[in-house]
Design a protein around this ligand. Structure first.
Ligand code: UT7
Length: 330
């Protein structure tokens, strides 16, 4: 038995933060951001009092409408996020309550930008062992809530959005999640983190004054790790399954930086038309970036298409999934 994605719903906030507007906030240019990162604009959830659960709830409702599945059939909801509504309770619980899902249990997963590949593997384990029948996997980020709009080295990168997927079992062993290679390395915690607000540095006037509740990133170090780890693990997955470039329908990489994506595709021997990218429109939405690509390009995929999904993020966390798409365009 394999676990397979049966449908995708999504929600992106309406507000578009362009490079032009960013250049009025910090010393930057559209040219620098496009050349060094590849982002033109990103979506921002502007309204006060709304968090990740707001977008996640709309994504789940979109999913339920699209698939026709009843919320009463859902037995588990997992939410991958680094920007939960609150430190507790879990955003998964809040989404269940807002949607009216009554028969499920669930929790949040924090795996940085690898949130989707880690949580799809988790969901698949519950499905493959028969412990759950219908899981909703939500990835959602309000990255704008932890982005320092006075720091030009990080603020052009990030955007907001949410995606929900229905994960079920299939007896057809030729589709679904075929294999995963996943890693963590705590060395990364000194290069990419949100310092304050947790138990080690609870909020104080000083942490707020020092802007320690925002993302800190040593971009060059993270870049070097990301380029080598994402490419290594994607090539390892190809070798493990004797996959040639011609066997792969699409690489769907985490959308952090176009240069990291290009380097990964090059190591895999893939031409540009096999690499799905929407970083230009949405920026880096952390664990939501691969799902946003799947959501946007859903109609491109045919049953049996071989996909490699590959990510790198805070932790460090990284890995690659070998996934065979489960349905024809609807
Ligand atoms: O998703 C989780 C994982 N995260 C990532 O994978 C992100 C990895 N890192 C990166 O993508 C890149 O390191 C950045 C996009 C964050 C930065 O790009 P970079 O090519 O590594 O730039 P840099 O930090 O080496 O800076 C080059 C120059 C510096 O000026 P000097 O010292 O050469 O005069 C920076 O001050 O660019 C300057 N700079 C900017 N200039 C205009 C940095 N940010 C900006 C900016 N606009 N926004």
């Amino acid at each position: 038995m394999k676990a397979v994605i049966k449908g995708i719903g999504g929600y992106i906030p309406e507000y578009i933060l362009t490079n032009q507007e960013l250049s009025t906030m910090v010393d930057t240019t559209d040219e620098w951001i496009m050349t060094r990162i590849g982002v033109k604009e990103r979506r921002i959830l502007k309204e006060d009092g709304l968090g990740t659960s707001y977008m996640g709830t709309l994504a789940v409702e979109n999913l339920l409408n699209k698939t026709g599945v009843s919320k009463d059939e859902i037995d588990m909801l997992i939410c991958a996020t680094v920007t939960p509504d609150m430190l507790f309770p879990a955003t998964a619980n809040i989404i269940c309550d807002k949607v009216g899902i009554k028969n499920a249990w669930g929790y949040d997963i924090n795996a940085g930008c690898s949130g989707f590949i880690f949580s799809l593997t988790t969901a698949a384990s519950f499905i493959e062992t028969g412990r759950a029948k219908k899981i909703i996997l939500v990835t959602g980020e309000r990255m704008s809530s932890i982005t320092n709009y006075q720091d030009r080295t990080t603020c052009p990168l990030f955007g907001d959005g949410a995606v929900a997927m229905l994960i079920e079992a299939t007896e057809d062993s030729s589709v679904g999640l075929m294999d995963e290679i996943l890693h963590v390395d705590g060395v990364g915690r000194q290069y990419l983190f949100q310092k304050a607000g947790g138990s080690m540095y609870p909020p104080t006037e000083e942490t707020i004054r020092n802007r320690e509740h925002y993302i800190y990133q040593d971009g060059q170090v993270v870049f070097k790790y990301a380029v080598s780890r994402m490419a290594d693990v994607s090539v390892e997955m190809m070798e493990r399954h004797n996959l040639k470039a011609s066997d792969i329908a699409y690489l769907i990489p985490h959308q952090a930086n176009l240069r990291i994506i290009d380097a990964t595709a090059k190591r895999m021997g893939l031409k540009k038309d096999k690499v799905l990218i929407n970083i230009e429109k949405f920026g880096n939405t952390a664990g939501t970036s691969i799902p946003l690509v799947l959501w946007e390009f859903e109609k491109k995929f045919k049953k049996g298409d071989t996909l490699i999904l590959s990510a790198f993020g805070a932790g460090f966390t990284w890995g690659a999934l070998y996934y065979k798409w489960g349905y024809d365009p609807v």
